[in-house]
Design a protein around this ligand. Structure first.
Ligand SMILES: Nc1ncnc2c1ncn2[C@@H]1O[C@H](COP(=O)(O)OP(=O)(O)OP(=O)(O)O)[C@@H](O)[C@H]1O
Ligand SMILES: [Mg+2]
Length: 234
């Protein structure tokens, strides 16, 4: 369906709000959002991390489309770019990464001045902000815990886009301040050992693994180009 553009792969993102988006692609995210919603039926505010073992697996694309699908269901949603090493969320909203999370954590700006309303109803986003020499220190800081606690009072869902767990530990660090972790995997690229290792690491830090999303599924017999397995191996 969507072919990779090798020359400029990082710049092309498909959003479920695009006019010409494939129906099955958009529908898969709507189903994903419904399932995720029922996983936390009893809770008011939910913070969910999207990560994966490797780079370039579609973590940011999945985070953003999931956030849009949740917002379209009527929830107040905040998408946070917690990838302080390779910030990308701003690109999906055709925005700049001038003020963001790192500025809030360093007390350079107020939270309300950094969070932006997207063109999608009920959806706000917080870009990563200026690159930090020590992202782990920032994500581990009491300021980050306090920020997530406070934001949890304002939004029904907070989706955190993070770097790959197979490369850096940022997502693992955040998992203690969040309600669950979703792993992205890529058909034909992610192997069993990588997924098992990522699951082991999430469990080691007492993270709540919610499920694995299979991106770029190639099997035509499947109903969706984009697949997920869900609620497994908690
Ligand atoms: N299912 C898909 N269909 C089409 N294009 C996709 C799909 N998944 C990801 N892509 C494209 O692949 C590229 C990489 O995706 P993305 O930036 O979301 O990956 P990532 O895992 O967040 O990468 P990084 O590790 O660098 O943060 C983007 O251009 C994105 O649009
Ligand atoms: Mg990314």
């Amino acid at each position: 369906m969507f072919k990779k553009n090798k020359k400029n792969k990082k710049e092309i993102y498909h959003l479920i709000t695009d006019k010409d988006i494939n129906f099955s692609f958009a529908e898969a995210f709507r189903v994903f959002a419904v399932n995720l919603r029922f996983t936390f039926a009893q809770k008011f505010s939910r913070k969910v991390i999207i990560t994966g073992f490797n780079e370039n697996m579609g973590k940011t694309m999945i985070s953003t489309n999931l956030a849009i699908a949740m917002a379209q269901s009527g929830f107040r949603v905040l998408l946070i770019d917690c990838d302080l090493r390779k910030p990308c969320v701003h690109k999906l909203f055709k925005d700049e990464n001038t003020i963001g999370l790192t500025h809030i954590l360093c007390d350079d700006v107020k939270v309300d001045d950094a969070i932006k309303k997207s063109q999608v109803d009920n959806l706000w986003y917080l870009t990563a902000g200026v690159k930090s020499p020590n992202p782990i220190k920032l994500l581990l800081s009491p300021e980050m815990s306090e920020l997530l606690n406070n934001l949890g009072r304002e939004y029904d869902w907070i989706i955190l886009d993070t770097p790959p767990v197979g490369v850096v530990s940022d997502a693992l660090i955040l998992s203690n301040n969040c309600d669950g972790v979703i792993l992205a995997a890529e058909e034909g690229v992610s192997d069993y050992r990588q997924i098992a290792k990522a699951i082991e690491e999430i469990k080691y830090v007492n993270g709540n693994l919610l499920g694995v999303v299979l991106n770029r599924a190639k099997n035509n017999r499947r109903r969706y180009y984009y697949q997920y397995s869900y609620g497994q191996d908690k």
